[in-house]
Design a binder for this molecule. Structure first.
Ligand SMILES: *Cc1c(COP(=O)(O)O)cnc(C)c1O
Ligand SMILES: [Zn+2]
Length: 500
């Protein structure tokens, strides 16, 4: 629909005009910095930053009711820059002109309601929000669209040139960074650092295919992160990890979409997210806070952050009920099928601590909960979800396992409606399914495959058939007839089919 065809009261807002005044603010000491340069940590105290809009008050001049209609009407626009996360431009990047926005199809991922079987198991209504249906098949694309749109803006202004974008990754960050950087050839090149043999073959193929320089490093993600930090502190590179606050801004779109999907009524809603480096939960919390402060939503949903027993530093931190006594201790991670979340020292932990306090206090009660789940339960729930119509990755399985554990603990009840973040596409993590079905899990995963969830292919080659087709050697005539008949009979026998 053309802008001039929208209702009169919406028309002035349909194309974003808000002039944001964005700054980096240090989570530790509160110092503010201009966004003219790419900055990742406070120059004074070294703490991580978040981006704030000094003109945020301005957004409150527009009533929540109008905002809700603006976002709903904007879905009818055909302008590419407003088709993805920048549908919420005023809240995500109100300094980035639409001409600088990179849209590769990210955002507005489907929320699929679970079938009766799964909802009965959970004893509440729930949806999987399939962030695996983003262009590089994970939610990371939301943050990359934001970070690379900003870099593109700086390139277009002539403020930076020949950018080398780098990141450490458990697989999905590098896939996404390499994809978005490749779109900006030749102005932006990318290099990614991966822990050797700790990303799946599918994830490794992605940055290779996008033409990034790919480096495999001994050790785990936390080690790669240290190397990338050393590079970004000492060399002229753009860091694309979620330490980069632009990533957080883009990922807030996940919350805005959930608000919009429920027609902005978030009473009795629960949002479940797996936690690794804690950038995603930071963004999800901050997104809801911003919509709440702008009066677009009137209540804050419950948030469940889920971690595996094998990588649970955030969960452990919040085990201590006395806030004064809480102390963050990094953990040594063990092998996890939620491999993209196998992180012992999350970079965004200070952001989480800061925002969880604010979220709970604005909610007037504890409204963010942290849940721990076993590796076994992650795998079992992933497989069961997918046997019931979903495309959940292991982290989506972790979300579902977390919901089940929360139900047991009484953190959620049957009146709640939950949205589970399925953070990537199941096919990225097919290797774990293969290990499960092949009963080949190394012992340190602590996973024993359940017979009823195992599925393996059956090779059909009747013993009395001496001729079977092969590539380049097709069968014909009687031989083909016999082959088709025998194989069909064999399959019919195994499936116990009845004759018509
Ligand atoms: C990155 C990632 C996570 C963890 O998100 P954080 O922002 O690091 O907490 C979870 N699932 C998948 C599939 C990921 O790629
Ligand atoms: Zn500081």
């Amino acid at each position: 629909m053309r802008p001039e065809d929208f209702p009169k009261e919406i028309r002035p807002f349909i194309i974003p005009k808000h002039q944001g005044e964005l700054i980096y603010r240090c989570i530790g000491c509160g110092l503010e910095y201009s966004i003219d340069e790419l900055l990742y940590t406070c120059l004074d105290c070294g703490q991580v930053l978040l981006i704030y809009d000094l003109n945020f008050e301005h957004l409150r001049n527009t009533p929540g009711k109008i905002w809700r209609r603006i976002f709903d009407y904007r879905k009818m626009l055909t302008i590419p820059a407003l088709k993805g996360i920048y549908l919420y431009h005023e809240f995500i990047g109100p300094v980035i002109p639409l001409e600088s926005v990179i849209y590769l199809g990210e955002g507005h991922t489907p929320a699929v309601e679970a079938n009766d079987f799964l909802q009965e198991k959970a004893n509440l209504k729930f949806y999987f929000k399939n962030d695996g249906q983003n262009p590089s098949a994970s939610f990371k694309d939301r943050g990359m669209a934001s970070a690379l749109s900003y870099i593109n803006f700086l390139v277009q202004k002539g403020q930076v040139s020949d950018v080398l974008a780098i990141c450490a990754s458990t697989g999905d960050t590098s896939a996404s960074a390499a994809l978005y950087a490749s779109f900006l050839q030749p102005h932006v090149k990318s290099a990614v650092l991966l822990p050797h043999k700790k990303v799946t073959p599918q994830q490794l193929s992605q940055p290779l295919g996008s033409g990034a320089a790919v480096f495999e490093i001994p050790g785990l993600f936390d080690d790669c992160m240290k190397v990338v930090e050393a590079l970004s502190e000492n060399y002229n590179v753009a860091l694309l990890n979620s330490k980069n606050a632009w990533r957080i801004l883009g990922q807030e779109s996940f919350s805005y979409e959930i608000a919009q999907m429920f027609e902005y009524d978030l009473e009795n809603k629960v949002v479940v997210v797996p936690i690794g480096n804690a950038g995603n939960i930071t963004a999800v919390i901050n997104g809801f806070l911003k919509f709440y402060e702008a009066g677009i939503i009137n209540s804050l949903p419950k948030i469940l952050g889920v971690q595996s027993e094998h990588a649970n530093p955030v969960y452990r931190y919040y085990l201590e009920p006395d806030t004064a006594k809480r102390k963050f201790i990094p953990v040594a991670v063990k092998p996890s099928v939620a491999q993209a979340a196998m992180i012992g020292n999350p970079v965004s932990m200070p952001r989480v601590i800061h925002l969880v306090d604010l979220y709970n206090s604005l909610s007037g009660r504890q409204n963010v909960f942290f849940i721990e789940v076993a590796e076994q339960s992650i795998m079992d729930w992933e497989l069961l979800a997918n046997r019931n119509g979903h495309i959940a990755c292991t982290h989506g399985g972790e979300s579902l396992a977390g919901l089940m554990a929360a139900q047991k603990r009484g953190v959620v009840d049957s009146r709640d409606v939950a949205v589970l973040d399925s953070t990537a596409h199941t096919i990225k993590f097919a290797g774990f399914q293969e290990m499960y079905f092949g009963q080949q899990f190394p012992p340190d995963y602590n996973i024993t495959p359940k017979r009823e969830l195992i599925n393996t292919p059956v090779y059909v080659h009747p013993e009395d058939l001496d001729k079977v087709p092969a590539p380049g050697r097709p069968l014909a005539g009687e031989a083909l007839d016999r082959f088709v008949k025998r194989v069909a009979a064999e399959i019919a026998g195994m499936l116990e089919l009845k004759k018509v």
